[in-house]
Ligand binder design. Structure first.
Ligand SMILES: Cc1cc2nc3c(=O)[nH]c(=O)nc-3n(C[C@H](O)[C@H](O)[C@H](O)COP(=O)(O)OP(=O)(O)OC[C@H]3O[C@@H](n4cnc5c(N)ncnc54)[C@H](O)[C@@H]3O)c2cc1C
Length: 340
């Protein structure tokens, strides 16, 4: 059981800045995110795109914003629990007990939900039998590419992930790249490379094909793919990889006893607290009159929610308002030296 003041759910821009606000008022927190990286939508959906409305930063990309937020919270040495999803939230006297999909348990006096539009999940094959092999031979992300060495790998998809992995795995695996259309959506350089490797016989390119069925008992033996013209092709394979992008699902949040309004969590605008005492919601996931789904709104909401957590974590203390420019205790928490 990990004991902390606040559990932050979501490592998007809102969750990250909230870690800073918790840190400067002296509260400890842990952060859990379903994704394998920090940054939420900024890193998953638009890392290279320019953002023009972050106060005092005329322009920065999604990735640059994320990197700067990570740099800003460095003094607090916060633990991030990535590729892990908060599944269960339960009250235990004055604390909340939270369980994740990887079996981790947290005890905290408050929870801040900065869950955006919910957890990102991979879009999966629509073929029913795929479930049986999921996580074994049917994969939607790659953790260790070495398992594919000298094996046959059937990669489905037409975007950058499918193209990049087809190129990379073709070095020491037999690769088929299977796409339901003739055109690919990825970077031109990757498309050209795949076509070149296909000409050299290093990647077998199958376009206008979709997965029809999977054959095998405990292990996949072969798959059948169907062409637009109705013909079916059987392929003997060891691994099937699907890269069809991500979908956003509110996920387990719906089961935590919170009031919901069309997939959003209503909050007050004083502390951004939900209908459950000690559970706060900030960023894209919260709703209130006038809510703007912008990063700058998430920053403001995080600042107030962090202060709302204080009374639960330190019931016998009063939180003093302090400026970061002049506060000695804030400087100590940030590790600022006298001449900095
Ligand atoms: C293409 C595009 C361009 C944009 N441009 C701008 C712009 O110019 N300016 C601007 O201000 N905004 C812009 N936005 C909106 C901005 O990205 C969002 O407002 C912002 O990302 C919201 O931040 P967040 O931290 O609330 O949520 P998110 O960034 O969505 O992060 C939420 C995180 O919570 C995690 N999560 C959810 N549920 C769970 C769970 N149960 N367990 C564990 N983790 C969970 C998710 O995996 C995710 O990483 C843009 C959005 C898009 C898609």
């Amino acid at each position: 059981m990990i004991d902390t003041d606040v559990l932050v759910i979501g490592a998007g821009p809102t969750g990250l800045f909230c870690v800073h606000q918790l840190g400067i008022i002296g509260l400890k927190c842990e952060v859990v995110d379903n994704l394998d990286k920090i940054g939420g939508q900024c890193i998953e959906l638009y890392p290279d795109k320019p953002i023009y409305d972050i106060p005092a930063i005329p322009v920065c990309t999604g990735e640059e914003l994320t990197n700067n937020l990570i740099k800003q919270i460095k003094p607090f040495k916060t633990n991030f629990h990535l590729s892990d999803r908060v599944e269960e939230v339960k009250k235990d006297k004055n604390n909340w007990i939270t369980k994740t999909s990887k079996g981790k348990e947290f005890k905290s006096s408050s929870i801040i939900i900065a869950g955006g539009v919910g957890s990102f999940e991979p879009r999966k094959f629509p073929v029913k039998e795929c479930e049986k092999f999921e996580g074994k031979q049917i994969l939607y992300s790659i953790k260790d590419k070495n398992v594919f060495k000298n094996k046959t790998v059937s990669i489905f998809g037409g975007g950058d992930s499918a193209l990049d992995w087809a190129i990379e795995l073709s070095i020491d695996s037999k690769v088929q790249l299977i796409h339901r259309r003739d055109e690919f959506r990825g970077a031109q350089a990757s498309i050209d490379k795949v076509k070149e490797l296909s000409k050299e016989g290093k990647i077998e390119l199958l376009t206008k094909y979709q997965l029809k069925s999977v054959d095998g008992d405990s292990k996949i033996k072969s798959i059948s793919v169907k062409h637009d013209d109705g013909t079916v092709k059987k392929i003997e394979t060891n691994y099937v990889l699907g890269f069809f992008g991500l979908i956003m699902k509110l996920g387990p949040i719906v089961n935590w006893g919170l009031n919901l309004d069309k997939k959003h969590i209503p909050v007050d605008t004083e502390k951004f607290e939900t209908n459950q005492q000690g559970i706060f919601a900030i960023g894209d996931i919260c709703t209130y009159p006038g809510k703007l789904k912008l990063i700058l709104s998430g920053f403001h909401e995080g600042a107030l929610a962090a202060r709302g957590c204080f009374k639960y974590a330190r019931p016998d203390e009063t939180l003093r308002f302090e400026f970061t420019t002049t506060s000695k205790s804030v400087h100590d928490r940030l590790g600022v030296k006298k001449n900095d």
